[in-house]
Design a protein around this ligand. Structure first.
Ligand code: ADP
Ligand code: MG
Length: 698
């Protein structure tokens, strides 16, 4: 080993979790379920998998449990049926609620264990597999492990499952609590579950897993001074930049972490911070060098690696981050935190079915987590850009788990595919409630993924082969019959990536106008969706040229990702049994091939999204629509072809609705013109769903 390797191994022993290594290993040997808690940065994510895989052997797991722990379980657990010893090494899978965290952690652990990424240590995220069948430590997103449960409900490939960052209570982690619990029970002692979490909610977790032991790794924590500044939420970027610079000028050395809500805000803040520093510099102010960088999920890897580099002596690092640095990724050396008190969150309203990304106040627990980022290496300070009164009055105590605030359509479809017949009765760690589950069943019924009795149909089974929201999966299946599959797969690929356009601020007038011209140039009349297809097709026609993207304000990374996703979706659609689902698309079968593709494409869109049809209200301001189903008022987006050309057809169908902070008026992000006769028969159906029957059966 090189001196660098020695240093890494020494550093590993300094992490707080190292003191608990033996306790953790012993607990895992002697119990089927174990909870490990510890402050962010104590080493849970990077160390526990290495302890398990390096220091345990399979025979440790297959050996009978001690009598006193076996007695705790109301099922047989000393009868591991798969005790064949085809291998002796332990294999662990570790879930992360975020893609970036899965990648970063795998990278870090590959370095620590001195092996190639994708070999002994690897990762798998949606649309990207960097592991092999012999990978010993595999980091995956929680969504991926849910998918693996579909193929292999007993998770036979693994000996230890680690559900990490459990306190985040992401939707899929919540589902995995139940699924993995069942798998552990069925494997009769051959599979272990470790749940790791910041020091929160451990009682709830422990009770769910037969009162399993909780091991606490104490964090080193220095006191953090908390200060409140009254700041308007809309001014959060400017005010946080100002606060950071004040700290830089007046406070002793130590890095600064600023929590904002989105990647665009982080980029903007970096720019603003550079500008402010320039001004100060010009006015002759002396100060230490400052490294300014953003940290968010969609950053490229090189940028991300920079974050973890030690700040050079005498200078200060300031990191503008999204929620990702709250618990998933740790930046060392932080002494100051500036917290805007807000977070971007998916919010779902089961009454209107609207699912929107909104900026909402964080919870008190999140505020404490953020504050805690400051006291890891030295005494710290935390500036909260809100009033103490708001902390107490406006912030909820706990974060509401995602499962309680999200659209469960795709989850319910997955559960049905797992053979769970009564989803309403499913044992969730905290149930999302009948209303949300019924709403999901209704959506699935309208998509014909389940029948009147809430049972999976052939269509629902094929839909679930795609790692996509059910409506999008249905679009791809339908497109085979409407003979527009190539275009539809293109569309869904683009919709599965983040925004493809380079963001341009309105005050940057020249560039803004240029972007508008470009987007107008690509637009296909009466369809934002066909416009996106056109953008992709034009790029493809240049043989995927990079200069084309640059010229047209398109994000290289997003487009490259769309291309990759496209290939994978085409691969999946090749394996679909279209014969099995033909009966659901009879109306398409008579369509002649030689009609305009564009028209078939629009008709196909109605198959997946007829519930989102909206009718123009002429009496109202132009561009105002009323949805056919829930009768909510919605408007077209500023960037839609309809607003750009002030052209408002009678009927539109949208795929995404963005909320506004005020009231329930939604904005149709992407819309397409449709003919009312395509949906006439379907709209009345929307009102006639037999909810009682669905409820009874589900
Ligand atoms: P936890 O999961 O308990 O929050 P981690 O295992 O993620 O803790 O991190 C433990 C420590 O490992 C961090 O405090 C940080 O110092 C270090 N670390 C994690 N990721 C990286 C990385 N990519 N580069 C350098 N150091 C890292
Ligand atoms: Mg962690």
């Amino acid at each position: 080993p090189t001196p660098a390797d020695d240093k890494i191994q020494e550093d590993r022993k300094l992490l707080p979790i190292y003191e608990k290594k033996q306790d953790i290993l012993k607990a895992i040997c002697e119990n089927l379920f174990v909870i490990v808690t510890g402050e962010t940065g104590s080493g849970k994510t990077t160390q526990i998998p290495q302890y398990v895989v390096d220091d345990m052997r399979r025979e440790d797991i297959l050996a009978p449990l001690p009598e006193k722990s076996a007695k705790k379980y109301p099922f047989k657990c000393n009868d591991a049926y798969d005790s064949r010893m085809d291998r002796r090494e332990v294999r662990a899978v570790v879930t992360q609620p975020r893609r970036v965290a899965a990648i970063q952690m795998a990278k870090r652990v590959a370095i620590e264990s001195g092996c190639r990424l994708g070999g002994h240590v690897g990762y798998t995220i949606r649309f990207e597999d960097n592991s092999n069948p012999d990978t010993g430590i595999k980091y995956v997103t929680d969504g991926i492990l849910v998918r693996e449960c579909l193929m292999d409900p007993n998770l036979e490939n693994y000996d230890v499952v680690i559900l990490d960052e459990a306190h985040e209570r992401s939707l899929f982690t919540d589902i995995l609590f139940s699924l993995v619990k069942q798998a552990v029970i069925r494997r009769k002692g051959a599979l272990r579950l470790v749940v790791t979490s910041a020091t929160l909610q451990t009682k709830l977790f422990s009770e769910f897993f037969f009162n399993c032991p909780i091991i606490e790794a104490s964090g080193r924590c220095y006191p953090v001074d908390v200060m409140y500044i009254d700041s308007h939420p809309e001014k959060r970027i400017l005010n946080s930049v100002k606060a950071a610079i004040r700290i830089h000028i007046n406070e002793p050395i130590g890095d600064i972490l600023v929590f904002l809500t989105g990647f665009d805000e982080c980029d903007k803040a970096c720019k603003m911070c550079h500008e402010e520093l320039m001004k100060l510099h010009e006015s002759g102010k002396e100060m230490a060098p400052m490294l300014i960088m953003p940290l968010y999920g969609s950053m490229n890897t090189k940028q991300q690696n920079q974050i973890f580099q030690k700040t050079p002596e005498g200078s200060r690092k300031i990191v503008f981050c999204t929620n990702i640095a709250e618990t998933s990724l740790t930046v060392d050396g932080i002494a100051y935190v500036i917290d805007c008190g807000l977070v971007k969150q998916k919010v779902h309203n089961p009454e209107t079915g609207m699912e929107t990304l909104m900026v909402v106040p964080i919870s008190q627990v999140q505020a404490q987590q953020r504050t805690g980022r400051a006291g890891r290496t030295m005494e710290g300070k935390c500036l909260r850009l809100y009033k103490h009164k708001d902390f107490e009055k406006k912030m909820p105590k706990q974060t509401v788990p995602e499962i309680l605030r999200t659209n469960l359509c795709s989850t319910v479809l997955t559960l049905l595919n797992l053979g769970i017949k009564n989803v309403i009765q499913f044992e969730f760690i905290e149930t999302p409630g009948k209303e949300s589950l019924l709403f999901a069943l209704k959506q699935l019924f309208l998509l014909k993924a389940v029948d009147k009795d809430a049972q999976l149909t052939d269509l629902g089974r094929e839909m679930n082969r795609f790692p996509l929201e059910p409506s999008y999966a249905k679009l791809i299946l339908a497109s085979n019959f409407y003979k527009c599959q190539d275009d539809m797969v293109t569309l869904v690929s683009i919709l599965s990536t983040e925004n493809i356009w380079i963001p341009v601020a309105a005050r940057d007038e020249t560039r803004f106008n240029k972007l508008e011209d470009i987007r107008k140039g690509f637009s296909v009349e009466n369809s934002d969706h066909l416009t996106l297809v056109n953008v992709y097709q034009s790029w493809k026609d240049t043989r995927y040229s990079e200069s084309f993207l640059r010229k047209n304000f398109l994000l290289f990374r997003a487009m490259k990702q769309a291309r990759k996703i496209r290939e994978q979706l085409l691969e999946i659609s090749d394996r679909i049994h279209y014969k099995n689902v033909e009966k659901y698309f009879e109306s398409a079968l008579g369509l002649s091939d030689d009609g305009p593709t564009e028209k078939r494409f629009r008709r196909c869109m109605t198959e997946g999204f007829y519930m989102n049809a909206a009718r123009h209200i002429k009496a109202q301001k132009e561009g105002t629509y009323l949805t056919a189903h829930d009768k909510i008022i919605v408007k077209v987006d500023r960037w839609s072809v309809f607003d750009m050309f002030s052209n408002y057809p009678d009927w539109l169908l949208y795929t995404e609705l963005a909320g506004t902070m005020t009231g329930n008026k939604g904005i149709m992000r992407l819309a397409t013109d449709i003919k009312v006769k395509w949906i006439e028969k379907k709209i009345p159906m929307l009102e006639k769903v037999d909810m009682e029957r669905l409820e009874y059966a589900g």
